[in-house]
Design a protein around this ligand. Structure first.
Ligand SMILES: Cc1cc2nc3c(=O)[nH]c(=O)nc-3n(C[C@H](O)[C@H](O)[C@H](O)COP(=O)(O)OP(=O)(O)OC[C@H]3O[C@@H](n4cnc5c(N)ncnc54)[C@H](O)[C@@H]3O)c2cc1C
Ligand SMILES: NC(=O)c1ccc[n+]([C@@H]2O[C@H](COP(=O)([O-])OP(=O)(O)OC[C@H]3O[C@@H](n4cnc5c(N)ncnc54)[C@H](OP(=O)(O)O)[C@@H]3O)[C@@H](O)[C@H]2O)c1
Length: 340
């Protein structure tokens, strides 16, 4: 069964990492460079630890993420915002294994959110105990301006869950089927927004490496619209965005036309590489998973990962975490850097 993974990782400089006893422990990459005689830790953190080092007494936290004014939980399950479905469209081909839909809901600007956050959805109807359905979380797939550019909508990218249980019965997931079946004009109960872990880096010159499987693309579509399709007075992206997207078949590729446009607009600033697991293999004939594709660029990736302003974000299947961890081990080993 597919599990969920979402992590944002920023690589701190050696000096920064020394002074961060209170930083959250790393949940994904962690490596130590003995060659430099100092530890380098990649961690899930919004704290600029070099600022911590400079402070004498009480550490002053300076965020590296775009987190000023970020709001959470404006709407709670007991009193959700009720939006309207404006658009709902299947974005995978008819022969794809499974259906993924892109949907846009009205918010009247009341559900304000930031790129990288999620919202909760309460499906209509009741569960087997006659109680209202519990919320399910979905990563927001639109930038804060929304697909219509007026800050009045929020979009999702949802895979319809259908599976066969041990008794051989076909079971449909409650909320994903509710969402994928929504018709324009229908009401939808929204909670949140939630989450501050996946916010974008502040640095407009950052390198942002995005690792997605399937609908794990959602937060990265949100980032990429802000980076390449929008104009902001306080943010003009001039770094490198590098997206790796893993899907089962070419008919399951998500938002490929948008990524093509981004490449045309900003060829120096955007790269995208796909891993189509059921159609492609590597030179050894192995299935092309996202980590298999990343391995083709390992020298380049390792150089980028060593920079202070490189941020790695990962979202999608839980299973990808181990594969990506393994690739990091081999990257580090190539550099004579033990990885643990
Ligand atoms: C932070 C976060 C963000 C997320 N973002 C997205 C997103 O952007 N897009 C998206 O599509 N999803 C996303 N999800 C997943 C989403 O929240 C739901 O879990 C998903 O849509 C399934 O919900 P459901 O109500 O349709 O299924 P449910 O009715 O809740 O059924 C799910 C349950 O079915 C069972 N099950 C599932 N598959 C099988 C199987 N093969 N065999 C046996 N039992 C099985 C498991 O018990 C599982 O818990 C996200 C989850 C989190 C935590
Ligand atoms: N914020 C979040 O936490 C968040 C947001 C969005 C989505 N999600 C989760 O992300 C998942 C996406 O699933 P999906 O059904 O949309 O994806 P999907 O369309 O099935 O695509 C997943 C891809 O990953 C491949 N894959 C399978 N195992 C892998 C592994 N160990 N390492 C690397 N790649 C692997 C699959 O290959 P094969 O099938 O060919 O083996 C397939 O190509 C869902 O579980 C969803 O809940 C989480």
């Amino acid at each position: 069964m597919a599990a969920v993974t979402a992590a944002a990782v920023s690589l701190s400089s050696p000096s920064a990492s020394k002074a961060s006893p209170s930083s959250p422990s790393p949940t994904f990459f962690s490596y130590r460079s003995r060659t430099r005689g100092a530890s380098i830790r990649a961690q899930v953190s919004t704290t600029d630890t070099s600022a911590v080092e400079a402070a004498d007494s009480k550490p002053k936290k300076v965020s590296k993420k775009q987190d000023e004014g970020v709001v959470t939980n404006t709407y709670r399950p007991k009193d959700p915002y009720v939006g309207k479905c404006l658009l709902n469209t299947k974005i995978t081909g008819d022969d794809a294994p499974g259906e993924t839909w892109h949907m846009v809901f009205s918010t009247e600007g009341k559900v304000q959110y930031r790129e990288g956050q999620s919202i909760g959805i309460i499906a209509d109807g009741v569960d087997k105990n006659g109680k209202p359905h519990k919320i399910r979380l979905y990563s927001i797939a639109s930038s804060a301006l929304g697909d219509l550019g007026d800050s009045q909508t929020v979009s999702l990218c949802v895979k319809r869950l259908v599976y066969t249980n041990d008794q051989g019965e076909i079971v449909k997931g409650v909320c994903s089927n509710f969402l994928c079946d929504l018709k324009p004009g229908a009401d939808v109960k929204i909670t949140g927004p939630v989450g501050k872990e996946m916010l974008m880096p502040k640095d407009p010159n950052a390198t942002i490496i995005m690792l997605a499987t399937g609908t794990g693309i959602a937060p990265f579509r949100s980032f990429l619209w802000k980076m390449f399709f929008e104009k902001h007075d306080d943010y003009k992206f001039n770094g490198l965005g590098w997206l790796f997207l893993g899907v089962p078949t070419s008919s399951s590729l998500l938002y490929q036309d948008e990524f093509d446009k981004m490449k045309q607009k900003a060829p120096e600033n955007f790269r995208v590489d796909y891993a189509v697991s059921r159609e492609q293999t590597n030179a050894q004939g192995e299935k092309m998973y996202i980590q298999t594709r990343m391995a083709e660029y390992k020298e380049e990736l390792w150089e980028l990962l060593k920079k202070d302003n490189t941020y790695v974000y990962m979202c999608g299947l839980k299973g990808m975490e181990k594969g990506i961890d393994d690739i990091m081990v081999s990257l580090a080993a190539n550099d004579g850097t033990p990885y643990f």
